[in-house]
Design a protein around this ligand. Structure first.
Ligand code: NAD
Ligand code: DAU
Length: 337
């Protein structure tokens, strides 16, 4: 089976490519990634000589190149992860989110339609459902009501993917997952950002009152869910993934400080994210019942392991936290203090 993974040099993509190569010895993986600021070839550098892996640096919006790749690589299935993925950046500069997340997804769907792939897995997010009050969970039936340019662009591409399933019978499956954590996450996201700042004794910027809730899942559990949905999902269906690990942001930030061995006085409350969703929580009973999937990692153990991973790989994230990222950090946090 020849599988195209888009965005394989990013956080979830890199973890997924490793899982697929290990778990499906008969598969060949083609990783199509533009290497934006979030894509890091170092994440998969050790696979360079692997005959079952090929990296192609390109933009998913380039229709000609994408069609050529489907033809020459005889692509049987697509796992589409490439995206602009950070909410704060979508507030600073939304256009590229529409270009990559909406137009790029349509280019891939069109190629999938033309070349008749057996599966198109569209990897999406619980953020398309908007924000919850203090109780309740997102199910697959929850209406789509995105709040940020990022989540609106993801919702648009979800609907486009489902429309291609309905109208053109492209074998699309859509997955919506909660907040991931684990190795190789770009240090602009909550957990790696807080670890990197704690290690360097820098303030830990907590938005608003720190009482927003996210539902955390280890990236390995998500990737096993993606594989299950790819193989056993039903055409035109949506599956939610989450690990029932709701936590207030401030709780996590203090846990990170404890694990790194730094004082809670490093916490710095800053101006809130505009339109900040208050609470996410996922009901993943459908995926558990229909795909035979269940999360395996316990949050507290996996968070401790994740903190160790970043502490031991300071060189990995220090190389990233330079150049363009420094300019973004100043723009995002400079005016918030
Ligand atoms: P990421 O930002 O770490 O990686 C995105 C990757 O896509 C990068 O390697 C980047 O170079 C690539 N990319 C961006 N634009 C591209 C383009 N035009 N052409 C080709 N490649 C391009 O993101 P992530 O956190 O790994 O998320 C992957 C996917 O999973 C996204 O679709 C995201 O919406 C979804 N998702 C993420 C989470 C999470 O918690 N991180 C949760 C649910 C769903
Ligand atoms: O729910 C899934 C989504 O999770 C994915 O679709 C997105 O790609 C991913 O980035 C993530 O979105 P969030 O906005 O929830 O993640 P982020 O790590 O940016 O923020 C998590 C929470 O922490 C959120 O409530 C905002 C808060 N936060 C974040 C940062 C970066 C802070 O308080 N301070 C910060 O500096």
């Amino acid at each position: 089976m020849n599988v195209l993974v888009t965005g394989g040099s990013g956080f979830i993509g890199a973890n997924l490519v490793r899982l697929l190569l290990a778990e499906r010895p008969g598969w060949r993986i083609v990783n199509l990634d533009k290497l934006t600021y979030a894509g890091n070839p170092e994440n998969l550098a050790d696979l360079a000589e692997n005959p079952r892996y090929r990296f192609v640096r390109a933009d998913i919006c380039n229709g000609e190149l994408v069609a050529d790749l489907f033809r020459t690589e005889r692509i049987d299935g697509v796992m589409h992860l490439a995206a602009e993925s950070h909410v704060d950046r979508s507030i600073l500069a939304p256009s590229v989110f529409i270009e990559t997340n909406v137009r790029g997804s349509q280019v891939l769907l069109e190629a999938a339609r033309e070349f008749g792939v057996k599966r198109f897995l569209h990897v999406s997010t619980d953020e398309v459902y908007g924000s919850l009050g203090p109780t309740g969970l997102f199910t697959e039936e929850t209406p789509v009501a995105p709040s940020s340019p990022y989540s609106a662009s993801k919702a648009a591409s979800d609907l486009l993917a489902l429309a291609y399933a309905h109208t053109f019978r492209v074998p699309v499956v859509v997955t919506r997952c909660s907040n991931n954590y684990g190795p190789y996450q770009f240090p602009e996201k909550l957990i790696p950002l807080m670890i990197a700042n704690a290690v360097r004794d820098l303030p830990l910027p907590v938005y608003g009152d720190g009482m927003n809730v996210r539902d955390w899942i280890h990236v390995e559990d998500h990737c096993r869910g993606l594989l299950a949905a790819f193989e056993d999902g039903k055409d035109g269906e949506v599956y939610n993934f989450g690990a029932s690990s709701e936590r207030h942001n401030i709780h996590i930030v203090k846990q990170v400080l404890d694990l790194v061995g730094k004082p809670h006085s490093l916490v710095q409350y800053v101006k809130d994210r505009p339109g900040h969703d208050r609470r996410y929580a996922i009901d993943s009973r459908k995926a558990q019942a229909k795909l035979g999937w269940a999360p395996r990692r316990r949050f507290e153990d996996a968070l401790a392991e994740t903190v160790r991973w970043y502490v031991e790989r300071r060189a990995w994230w220090e190389r990233i936290i330079s150049g363009e990222y420094l300019r973004y950090y100043e723009k995002q946090y400079g005016a918030r203090r």
